[in-house]
Design a protein around this ligand. Structure first.
Ligand SMILES: [Zn+2]
Length: 191
């Protein structure tokens, strides 16, 4: 299996650990979008596309994100959910949607993606630079047209594919859900 294309969307926001989004194509045939390049404690690493884990509301059975304070459907105040912890004791709030199943493949993807990221950064300094992943925001515009999220949650909102905007009379879920570095290979709380 070969990576035949990598597209990078640089984020370039000072102080942010999220450096870029990217998509990779395998064998000119299969695309995986929404990988993230993150500046972690041990240097740059690639996070696989992931989704927030959910748990069902005890009253109406609607799925809500773990750590949500109120049910999106019925507004019930949700109790603190027991959250699975990873080996380092961090709460597992996300599950990878697509990921390599061995370290050789993980390292291959990571090396190629980080190389492509460095090349994209170099290109971005040249005049007339066009991002290789320039369709990225465009496709999201319709989703983002819902109640505008505050700027700091822009990237977070991008991942809320299943999120239903909370009804106006209920407080929004304000708990930060930042994905932790190295968080991966998690079990979904719900099948
Ligand atoms: Zn409910």
């Amino acid at each position: 299996m070969k990576i035949t294309e990598i597209r990078i969307k640089l984020m370039d926001e000072p102080g942010e650990r999220l450096k870029a989004f990217c998509s990779i194509t395998f064998d000119d045939s299969f695309v995986v979008r929404d990988l993230k390049i993150i500046d972690g404690a041990g240097g740059l690493f690639v996070a696989m596309p992931s989704r927030k884990l959910t748990a069902r509301c005890p009253a109406c059975r609607t799925k809500n994100h773990l750590r949500a304070q109120y049910c999106n459907q019925c507004g019930l105040r949700l109790k603190e959910q027991p959250v699975t912890k990873d080996e380092e004791g961090r709460a597992k709030l996300y599950a990878d949607i697509a990921h390599p199943i061995n370290s050789r493949c993980r390292e291959m993807i990571q090396a190629r993606v980080i190389q492509a990221y460095e090349e994209e950064k170099s290109r971005s300094r040249l005049p007339g630079y066009v991002p290789s992943y320039d369709d990225y925001d465009e496709e999201r515009t319709a989703e983002a047209a819902e109640p505008a999220p505050p700027p700091e949650s822009r990237h977070k909102a991008y991942h809320d594919e299943e999120a239903v905007p909370p009804p106006p009379h209920k407080p929004p879920d304000t708990i930060p859900h930042k994905r932790q570095a190295g968080e991966q290979e998690m079990e979904a709380a719900e099948p």
